[in-house]
Write a protein that binds this ligand. Structure first.
Ligand code: HEM
Length: 526
């Protein structure tokens, strides 16, 4: 396989041993220390330089991927990709490269390709091809979670456990619990009486409370100002490291030997506390965790404690950060489009005349709200690049006829595909109506503004697609609806300066997960 998945130890240990043997030999030959250092330096320099030159030559001219267009620096080294990730622009760069080279396939690394074809989604992600070397970045602290689990058999066992946590009766209980957290959020916003609210922080607290409740029955009360806020901030410290370490698997391996940084230690301590508190709960709590700690019914396999802990961390990140970021961007775009807020209200008013919160069943039937959330997920989904798969031995041929050699890591990124004009015309415009009155689900011309809905992949596709999809969608719908029904969402204008929404909307960074700048909004009671 051309994937550099050989463990770092296999390079470094023989290399150091070689140097040691050489040193011993030179020493026995009676050379002085200065002469030994000089000889070792010369030999190492020659060896390393030759290796680098041979590697670059092979990657540029003799690699089976040399036929695909892309930046030369990317072909030479994974550092190019890591640097794009560090700068928080990897997905936008990939999209720009597809446009520049006018190619559906571009080379973004020595062994990596980005594909911008909807038919490739099923072809690559519909099978249980092994996940790429990027995903272990999420388990540097030890253990595995569903995303990092690259053993397909074990993954399907874990996935069965996960799915059980979302059976119909359990799920409807989760929805009622979400409603009570949302009601609290609305009460708090009323107390602010239309004054500016830093929306990201506010929604992070709400989504953190929701996921802690549903995932492990903990009442974190972040919304009430309780709890250690540095935990949420810790997520913001970790996220920018994801693309750098993810694209440099050897660096991931080195990190495993380094002491845990303070933010990581805080997380480890927190998940230990969560586990201990969870164990002390009486009765049988209805939460996701209850299903992860039980052995699988058909195989008897159970997760190791370290894997359970890894899932706590994972659920906090996806539950709080992913939903919180998407929500913040959605509320901001609604502030920029008051007519969308009016349409949401109008739709509910037509079908619900009762007092208080509309029942979950009513919310489910709201077509326009569904379109708003769909469009929000297309534009503001937290996962921007998706995960790579490794093409199996023998390679595959895409519908377009392009052959991709075995061992290649391939991405069909969310941003690249969901902002492709060919599938979603006017991709940079927030247009919920693009999802209204679509034709029958086919592959072409389903609607004026949705040419192929298979390209809507905010939750990924296939065996590893998002396990929290239903939960995330319902949570987004409930929160958006409740807030819009209670408040007019407006921007904060400082000294009569209109808020530059486009500037803010464009300032997001993409670190595999999207990160956004702070934004103040006003929630003016209606
Ligand atoms: C806006 C919200 C969310 C979006 C857009 C989203 C999207 C995604 C994506 C793109 C993946 C990766 C799929 C792949 O590797 O191909 C994923 C994985 C996953 N997500 Fe979400 N997610 C969201 C929220 C959540 C929530 C709230 C949960 C539940 C706590 C959750 C649970 C999971 C799980 C368990 C996986 C791993 C699935 C597997 O590998 O088997 N997600 N999500």
């Amino acid at each position: 396989s051309p994937i550099p998945e050989v463990s770092l130890e296999l390079y470094v240990v023989p290399y150091l041993l070689g140097n040691l043997i050489l040193y011993t030999y030179l020493y026995k030959e009676g050379l002085s220390t200065v002469e030994i250092i000089f000889n070792l330096t010369t030999i190492n320099t020659c060896f390393l330089l030759t290796s680098v030159i041979l590697t670059i030559t092979r990657r540029l001219f003799f690699s089976p991927l040399a036929k695909f267009p892309g930046p030369k620096l990317a072909a030479i080294s994974g550092f190019w990709n890591a640097n794009e990730g560090r700068l928080g622009r990897a997905s936008r760069t990939r999209k720009a490269l597809h446009d520049k080279f006018q190619s559906d396939i571009i080379r973004i690394g020595p062994n990596e390709l980005s594909v911008n074809r909807v038919d490739a989604i099923e072809r690559l992600y519909g099978k249980d091809y092994r996940r790429g070397a990027f995903v272990p970045v999420f388990n540097i602290s030890g253990g595995d979670n569903l995303v990092t689990q690259r053993d397909n058999q074990l993954h399907s066992v874990w996935r069965r456990m996960w799915v059980k946590a979302f059976s119909r009766d359990k799920f409807s209980d989760y929805l009622n619990r979400i409603q009570s957290h949302v009601n609290k959020a609305v009460r708090l916003l009323h107390e602010k009486a239309g004054n500016p609210v830093e929306c990201g922080k506010f929604l992070d607290a709400l989504t953190f409370d929701v996921i802690s409740d549903i995932a492990f029955s903990q009442d974190t009360k972040f919304q009430d100002g309780a709890g250690d806020r540095s935990l949420i901030d810790g997520i913001h410290v970790f996220v920018p490291m994801i693309p750098v370490l993810g694209n440099l698997p050897h660096l991931q391996q080195i990190c495993r030997y380094l002491p845990e940084p303070p933010a990581g230690r805080k997380f480890s301590e927190y998940r230990d506390r969560v586990l201990a508190t969870r164990k002390s709960l009486k009765g049988q709590p209805n939460d996701i965790f209850a299903h992860l700690e039980l052995p699988d019914a058909s195989t008897g396999i159970r997760m190791r404690p370290i894997d359970l802990k890894q899932h706590i961390l994972f659920m906090m990140i996806v539950g709080a950060h992913s939903v919180g970021t998407t929500l913040t961007r959605t509320l901001a775009v609604l502030a920029s489009q008051p007519h969308v807020q009016s349409s949401i209200r109008q739709e509910l008013n037509e079908v619900f005349h009762g007092e208080g919160t509309a029942p979950v069943e009513t919310i489910r039937k709201l077509k326009y709200l569904d379109c708003v959330v769909r469009e929000a997920l297309r534009m503001f989904g937290p996962v921007t690049d998706g995960t790579a798969v490794i093409v199996p031995k023998g390679g595959i041929t895409l519908e377009s006829g392009s052959f991709i050699p075995g061992g290649t890591q391939v991405w069909v990124g969310q941003y690249v595909i969901m902002f492709n004009e060919e599938y979603f015309p006017r991709p940079h415009e927030f247009l919920p109506e693009r999802w209204m009155n679509l034709g029958d689900e086919g592959h072409r011309n389903e609607g004026e503004l949705v040419k192929d809905r298979r390209a809507w992949i905010p939750f990924g596709y296939g065996p590893h697609s998002c396990g929290g999809r239903a939960l995330a969608i319902e949570e987004l719908k409930q929160i958006v609806l409740k807030i819009v029904m209670e408040f007019d969402i407006r921007f904060v204008e400082h000294e009569d300066m209109p808020f530059q929404y486009e500037h803010w909307a464009d300032s997001w960074k993409d670190y595999f997960l999207a990160m956004i700048d702070e934004i103040e909004l006003r929630f003016v009671p209606r």
